[in-house]
Structures are given as C-alpha cells and as structure tokens.
Design a protein around this ligand. Structure first.
Ligand code: CO
Length: 208
C-alpha cells in the first residue's frame, strides 16, 4: 500500500469538506455529541462510518476482534462508560458481521497463542447456546448463527454494566444487536427481544 496516497487523499478530502462548508473543521473542533456508540469488529471490510453513511462527529466507535464486550476488558469498559455517562449516547450498538474470522477461529480446534483467552469468550457463547447450535447441520448456517448469538451475548454484557443499568433508570437509552452481511452489504437489525432476555438475566445481574 502506498502511504503517500493516504496523505494525498486527506488533502482532497479537506478540499471537498471546505468547499461544502468553509467552517467545517472549525465546527468539528468545538466538540462532539454523537448519538450512537458503535461496538464492532476490527475487520478491514467492516468500516463503521461508511457502512452506516455517517459523518465525523455522529458515532463513537470501538472496534476489536469479533466485536467483544468482555467484562474484564478495561478498554471496552472505558469506552462504554465514557459514551454512556459523559457523551450520553441514546443508542449502544453491538455490530457483528457474517464471515467473521474471530468467530470462525473460535469454532476450530487450534492453539492461537495470545488470542486464546480472547476467543474463549466466543467459545463460552457456543457453550451457552450449544443446544440450538448443535441442531444446525449446515456448517455455514451454524457459523452465521454463532455470529448472531455472539452479538446477542455481547449486548447482554453491555447490559450487565452498572453504567448502562443506571442510565436505563435515568433516561432513554437502548441497546441494539446488528449484523453486517459482507456478501450483500446489508446491515441487519437482529431485533433481539431484550425485554425477554432482560427478564431472565436481570434477576442475576442487577447491580443498580
Ligand atoms: Co470479524
């Protein structure tokens, strides 16, 4: 990849923005009020802003391998805290994607070194849902379903946090599970029934 090209791209992007609005960057520097926190995969094919058609300032983004929300990961926990408590986002989105390499790796028997503990969180999702997953014979369908169930469980991990539980009581904030289908480009709302799930989990995880 030619890195010089990136700086040339940047120059033409600045020109395009300024043509449209000469004060664009001045306004951008004044602060941010994004309405959405997006937690997605680091996969280079799943570019958050571009697939949602959003501009700088509109979405607070966190990406990691397989869009995970481990309760002990200081990074994602700090992002959720900052976005919910200080930026006061109205929506928290966990967005997975079909053909996710992280999810695929968790379905295989392989020692991936440092990645083992990270991917073990996805194996835990498999264990939680093994009854449903084991009924799916087609490997690709099973793989896609695990991507969806992983999104669902990471949404549950978001809901387990004190900052979200506190925000639920104080104002309107919603958690959403989405999947991006790389093969069609389509963004799919999994329409997870959080009321049902919350009823089951809040008995155990309520902390606020
Ligand atoms: Co991925």
């Amino acid at each position: 990849m030619d890195l010089k090209k990136i700086f040339e791209n940047n120059q033409s992007w600045i020109q395009r923005k300024l043509q449209h609005d000469p004060a664009y960057f001045e306004k951008l520097s004044e602060g941010q009020q994004p309405g959405i926190l997006y937690i997605g995969c680091s996969d280079s094919r799943v570019s958050a802003e571009e697939l949602m058609g959003l501009a700088p300032g509109e979405v607070f983004v966190h990406r990691n391998i397989a869009n995970m929300v481990p309760n002990t990961d200081l990074n994602v926990m700090s992002v959720i805290n900052y976005a919910v408590r200080y930026l006061k986002v109205q929506h928290v989105v966990v967005c997975g994607h079909y053909y996710c390499g992280g999810v695929k790796a968790a379905m295989q028997q392989a020692d991936l070194g440092l990645l083992n503990p990270w991917l073990r969180n996805i194996r835990d999702v498999y264990r939680l849902h093994h009854e449903e997953l084991n009924t799916i014979e087609d490997e690709e369908k099973k793989y896609k379903r695990l991507v969806e169930l992983n999104v669902q469980e990471q949404c549950v991990n978001v809901i387990k946090t004190a900052v979200i539980q506190k925000a639920f009581k104080e104002r309107s904030v919603k958690v959403h599970g989405w999947v991006f289908d790389i093969r069609t480009g389509k963004l799919i709302d999994l329409e997870i029934d959080f009321d049902k799930i919350l009823h089951q989990i809040m008995e155990i995880y309520r902390i606020s």
